[in-house]
Design a protein around this ligand. Structure first.
Ligand code: SF4
Length: 255
């Protein structure tokens, strides 16, 4: 083998050893839409820090089209008022589209539970970089969390999901209005409240107050951090105006 071929082979082997992402799960939403759960292994997201990011994406629909057609709201983003272009901070034309395309090119090998320790051991996990992490079977959430060095997660379907209490052991209930916040609190869940108004007992997100990344903070881990208060953030960023208008409308309608 000449040196060039050797190097090419070596690079290939290194790539095979360390894929930049994995297919974790293929499932069907309650409304009957096939979706995939994909873990990408590194991130340069300044707010989260370098965490494994887990994405929930409709398998058969272009992610940008899904938002345009409002399919996200009834499937992977069920329960989120910011879906379908109503203020969500995720730009589906960026990471979700790139991941969806890479999935269809066959770039993500399937990772079985026996490989979780090697892939996720000692890593910090962000369940739900896009979509509801409550789409992932609980046993899978438990197994990944167990080998990890901590995690964050937020789910929007905590009102309608019959397993919400179990998912709340791991994830924060996402809330945007005082009535939804009070409801989540009444259920005994820790919540992550996005609103201009700070709830009395919540703590402001540490990335806002101390400039630290989620990978270091890890407070948003549901009831696994039950001794900690719930979290509040005053939304800002490109979709803020729309997000706040949606929150206000929901508040007015007492949703
Ligand atoms: S409170 Fe901590 S874990 Fe939660 S969003 Fe803020 S920085 Fe991230």
């Amino acid at each position: 083998m000449n040196p060039r071929e050797y190097q090419k082979n070596k690079d290939k082997k290194t790539d095979m050893k360390k894929p930049n992402g994995y297919l974790l799960h293929e499932g069907i939403t309650t409304s009957g839409a096939p979706f995939v759960a994909i873990a990408t292994m590194h991130s340069n997201n300044a707010k989260t820090g370098d965490m494994v990011q887990i994405w929930f994406i409709l398998r058969d629909v272009h992610p940008v089209q899904a938002v345009k057609d409002g399919l996200d709201a009834s499937t992977i983003c069920s329960g989120c008022p910011f879906a379908s272009g109503n203020g969500c901070y995720v730009t589906t034309a960026h990471a979700p589209l790139a991941i969806w395309k890479a999935f269809h090119r066959g770039n993500y090998p399937t990772l079985n539970p026996s490989g979780y320790r090697a892939a996720f051991g000692g890593r910090k996990i962000r369940f739900g970089a896009y979509g509801n992490p409550s789409l992932m079977p609980l046993a899978m959430v438990r197994a990944i969390a167990k080998v990890s060095a901590g995690w964050t997660g937020y789910f929007h379907d905590w009102r309608e999901n019959p397993l919400a209490a179990q998912y709340a052991e791991f994830f924060m209930a996402s809330t945007e209005t005082e009535s939804s916040r009070a409801q989540a609190e009444g259920l005994g869940f820790r919540y992550f409240h996005a609103s201009p108004v700070k709830p009395e007992n919540a703590r402001e997100c540490l990335s806002e107050t101390h400039g630290i990344a989620c990978a270091e903070c890890k407070l948003c881990a549901g009831l696994a951090k039950s001794a900690q208060p719930s979290i509040w953030i005053n939304p800002h960023g490109s979709g803020t105006a729309k997000a706040l208008a949606v929150a206000l409308a929901r508040e007015t309608n007492r949703l």
